[in-house]
Design a protein around this ligand. Structure first.
Ligand code: UD1
Ligand code: CA
Length: 510
């Protein structure tokens, strides 16, 4: 959620606004949440973050965010995502008009056009905002409202036009007549206004309405009555203007946003096998000829390069997946999966994991702060934390890098072409030299020099006849007796049961 809103330089020819004002002080009662509404997240940003991102390319000199409900949380979030924005406190939530008034009072020097936006419209695009500003300028308007034609206008302010089609008023649903409620053109909660005009008109707005609030929407009617030039501009895509007042709407906006992101990716050449179950944040990306299998989530700053395959059922947060790599049914945070490397199924890569070219993290493996070199393999059931592994090494099944002594984390270094035997405990800090082996089941507490075999386990002892004496009458005892009878039979010249010897070689798994 902390991905900073891009602050692009002012593009040539783009219309100019002196200030952007985002209204974000409302309680968001309908969310029924202890989190302020504008901080609820979808597609990799908060509601507020999306609004700020859409407005950022307009490169306004000043960005004001009106905060109130949950202001400490909202201010902390702003420091993360938009450090240049000015948070202005609206002590009491007396309505959107009051919020805009408080914002403008905090920047008394601002004059010219001001873009005012609700903080809860995450689907707004820069294109729509720039179009509104351009229309405002072209019409010589002092107050321009963005509108949309929707199938279901329930809950939204209606745009009342006169017989000539000119906007006359914005009427909130609660205050609307039955006739006005039938209007399907609604207020998007996005306005461009001349700063001086808006200051003046807001100062005169009362709260004689169903909610007893000072409505920003009430700015339009008195301007029209006074003969000032105003405009109402219909958005091309009605989806752009949809707000978010409760959890159902949040889910719907999230779906719409995701559809847009996936459409862009598919147009750019990414294969998305099942768009219904694939989720990609606006901040994540994938290159042409990447493949996203069903159940994939690319979150945060994740990037997936050409020819890489992610999924099915994988979640990647802030990861880099390089060309030709594959990640199958795994959960990865802050990891770099190198070219041609493979991960999964069922593995967990934690921050600081870096997989070299052609390396492998197989099934049921957890890694953290781990550099795994080119062509090295950790195929099964292992934990590799705070470690670096050279090239071409093989880490046997059930190896654990014991990195934590209960107080401090320590590092483990494993050289090139090392063979770690299955079920080795590498008690950090420890270094395994290039080309060394460890014996299966060893607890390695001392360094193993290059080319040596580290053995650290008890010698095997077979207690003959134990099952016959201690577990008489069990299927095991019967099986053992049968084996002994076969071995004793004169016609049977098979060798006796092997395995009674102890060797010092580590078993490898591949
Ligand atoms: C508002 C509009 C409505 C429009 C709809 C579009 C008003 C009166 N109504 O209705 O015409 O169709 O948006 O989504 O504006 N806020 C403050 N301080 C306050 C009150 C609100 O900062 O005292 C902020 C909220 O955080 C929110 C925005 O203003 O971001 C709009 O408030 P909200 O209560 O969501 O208005 P709606 O009922 O959705
Ligand atoms: Ca709203």
């Amino acid at each position: 959620m902390a991905s900073q809103v891009p602050s692009s330089p002012h593009p040539a020819g783009q219309p100019v606004v002196a200030a952007v004002v985002v209204l974000a002080a409302g309680q968001g009662t309908r969310m029924r949440s202890s989190t302020p509404k504008v901080l609820h997240a979808l597609g990799g940003r908060s509601l507020l973050g999306h609004v700020l991102a859409a407005a950022a390319p307009l490169a306004a000199g000043t960005t004001v965010v009106v905060v109130g409900a949950g202001r400490d949380q909202v201010e902390a979030h702003l420091r993360d995502v938009a450090p240049g924005a000015l948070a202005v406190v609206q002590e009491q939530q007396l309505g959107s008009g009051h919020a805009a008034e408080v914002a403008l009072a905090a920047v008394p020097d601002v004059e010219g056009s001001v873009l005012v936006l609700n903080g809860d419209s995450p689907l707004l695009t820069t294109r729509t905002l720039a179009g509104l500003v351009a229309a405002h300028d072209a019409a010589g308007s002092v107050f321009t409202v963005l509108t949309a034609e929707v199938d279901d206008p329930t809950g939204l302010g209606r745009i009342v036009r006169d017989d000539s089609g000119a906007p006359r008023a914005i009427v909130e649903e609660r205050d609307a007549t039955a006739e006005q409620r039938a209007i399907r053109e609604v207020n998007a909660g996005v306005y461009v206004a001349n700063a001086g005009t808006l200051r003046r008109v807001l100062a005169g707005i009362g709260s004689a309405n169903a909610q007893g609030e000072q409505y920003l929407t009430d700015a339009l009617a008195p301007l029209v009555e006074g003969g000032a030039p105003t405009a109402a501009v219909l958005a091309d895509d009605p989806d752009d203007v949809l707000g978010c007042n409760d959890r159902r709407e949040l889910a719907e906006r999230r779906r719409t946003l995701n559809d847009r992101v996936l459409d862009d990716l598919m147009r750019a050449g990414v294969t998305i096998v099942d768009p219904q179950t694939t989720w990609v944040d606006v901040t994540a990306s994938a290159e042409a000829d990447a493949v996203l299998q069903p159940g994939t989530q690319l979150l945060g700053t994740t990037t997936v390069a050409s020819g890489a395959v992610v999924g099915p059922d994988s979640t990647l947060v802030d990861c880099v997946v390089e060309a030709g790599a594959s990640v199958v049914r795994s959960h990865c945070l802050g990891a770099v999966v190198g070219p041609e490397a493979s991960v999964g199924p069922f593995s967990y890569l934690r921050p600081g994991t870096r997989l070299g070219r052609g390396s492998k993290v197989g099934a049921f493996v957890e890694t953290k702060n781990a550099d795994i070199g080119e062509e090295s393999k950790v195929p099964h059931l292992s934990y590799v934390g705070d470690a670096s592994i050279g090239r071409g090494a093989n880490i046997g099944a059930a190896t654990v890098v014991v990195n934590y002594d209960g107080v401090t984390k320590h590092r483990t270094t494993i050289g090139d072409h090392v063979r770690i035997g299955s079920d080795t405990m590498l008690v950090a800090p420890v270094t395994i030299g290039d080309g060394a082996y460890t014996a299966a089941g060893s607890v390695i507490t001392n360094d193993v020099p290059p080319g040596a075999m580290g053995v650290a386990r008890g010698p095997q002892r077979n207690v003959a006849g134990w099952v016959r004496r201690r577990r008489p009458g069990t299927p095991a005892a019967e099986a053992a007796a049968a084996a002994e009878r076969r071995a004793d039979a004169p016609e049977n010249d098979a060798p006796p049961n092997p395995g009674a010897h102890d060797d010092d070689e580590g078993q490898q798994t591949r």
